[in-house]
Design a protein around this ligand. Structure first.
Ligand SMILES: [Zn+2]
Ligand SMILES: [Zn+2]
Length: 356
């Protein structure tokens, strides 16, 4: 994620900010330029102090309707008829906001969803809503299991992504993490995983990448329900860590792809953040050893290999920092050659699909 600057006073700003802490100006996120814009109230909307991107240049803007709910700071053009921003337009079902705890949980979902959409747009991917494209679009159902007599199963089906609101509850999610023996479980991870299934449908299925996908991830025509059942019964095969980023990825080639996709998004976002902070990793010990490293994250990696070369030293530093705070590893993963090849597949697939 990038860092931003107030266009009125130069204050450092973050993606989630709604007002400048220094000068008090309202802020809105422009999904066309992917930047936070400082705003001045005008008669018929908000006037941007910064330059809007793409076709919005020179327009006045309004806030997404979800700004009223305190869950969105994204903008829409003032003259358009659309009430919701590109990220909130993906919502089909939001939780019942009657129970007060639901609003907090929903806010956590929105925070992750907006970061997800930012990441997708940044990669150059299109993020259509089912409201506009019923067959090829994306829709989210955020369901509270307390309101669903049959429970809620997190998953993806033809662009419809269902997420269980309980996962925004830290205690419940942590319990699930423990019961499923997962080293990592986050709301953002769920969003990035489920959207991976959507882009598999869009970019891989029945296209020029399908053969290569099967060669690398396996044959997805394998019965999905049976495979999942077997996974939950028997667990992953011994030695799975060599070929899979997570135990869940072993359950079915679709899950392997979605896990790898999510992981690729973790890496690109975290590297961008490190770059935005001008982070440098240059351990002041072991400089003569084979593991000597010195990376300046402000320079953007020109290709996949460089990106991965830079990723490992950063995760080493982050894990060690976490230990200093008594927390567990921020990055509890090991990248082998096979896993890296799968990440490269996702990288190349996105590059090919977006022409970047
Ligand atoms: Zn300011
Ligand atoms: Zn919105």
């Amino acid at each position: 994620m990038k860092l931003f600057e107030c266009q009125n006073c130069g204050q450092l700003l973050y993606f989630e900010n709604v007002a400048c802490e220094k000068c008090g100006h309202r802020l809105g996120f422009d999904p066309q330029s992917l930047s936070l814009i400082t705003l001045k109230e005008a008669r018929d909307g908000w006037k941007p102090l910064g330059r809007l991107g793409g076709s919005w240049r020179g327009s006045k803007v309004r806030f997404c309707r979800n700004a009223e709910e305190g869950v969105c700071n994204w903008l829409v053009p003032a003259e358009g008829s659309e009430d919701y921003c590109i990220a909130c337009r993906l919502n089909r079902t939001i939780p019942d906001l009657g129970p007060p705890e639901n609003r907090d949980l929903w806010r956590k979902f929105e925070s992750a969803k907006h970061r997800l959409v930012y990441g997708l747009l940044r990669l150059g991917l299109s993020v259509p809503s089912k409201a506009d494209d019923p067959d090829g679009g994306i829709a989210f159902d955020f369901l509270s299991p307390q309101a669903e007599p049959d429970g809620v199963i997190t998953g993806h089906e033809s662009g419809l992504i269902t997420l269980n609101l309980d996962e925004a509850d830290d205690a419940k999610r942590e319990l699930n993490r423990k019961n499923l023996h997962e080293p990592y479980r986050t709301v953002l991870g769920h969003f990035r995983h489920e959207i991976g299934h959507y882009y598999w449908d869009q970019l891989v299925a029945n296209g020029p990448w399908h053969e290569r996908y099967r060669a690398m991830f396996g044959d997805e025509s394998l019965d999905y329900q049976v495979a999942l059942q077997q996974h939950y019964q028997n667990g992953p095969a011994p030695g799975w860590q060599e070929n899979y980023i997570s135990a869940y990825a072993t359950s079915h080639p679709w899950e392997d792809f979605a896990e790898t996709w999510a992981h690729y998004m973790h890496i690109t976002d975290t590297l961008e953040t490190a770059g935005a902070f001008g982070l440098k990793v240059e351990p002041q010990a072991g400089r003569k050893g084979a593991n000597r490293m010195a990376v300046d994250y402000a320079r953007r990696a020109p290709d996949f290999d460089t990106m991965m070369d830079r990723w490992v030293p950063l995760t080493t530093a982050l894990n060690t920092l976490n230990k200093s705070m008594g927390a567990r590893d921020l990055y509890p993963f090991v990248l082998t050659q096979t896993i890296t090849a799968k990440l490269r597949f996702v990288h190349d697939l996105i590059a090919d699909s977006t022409g970047r």
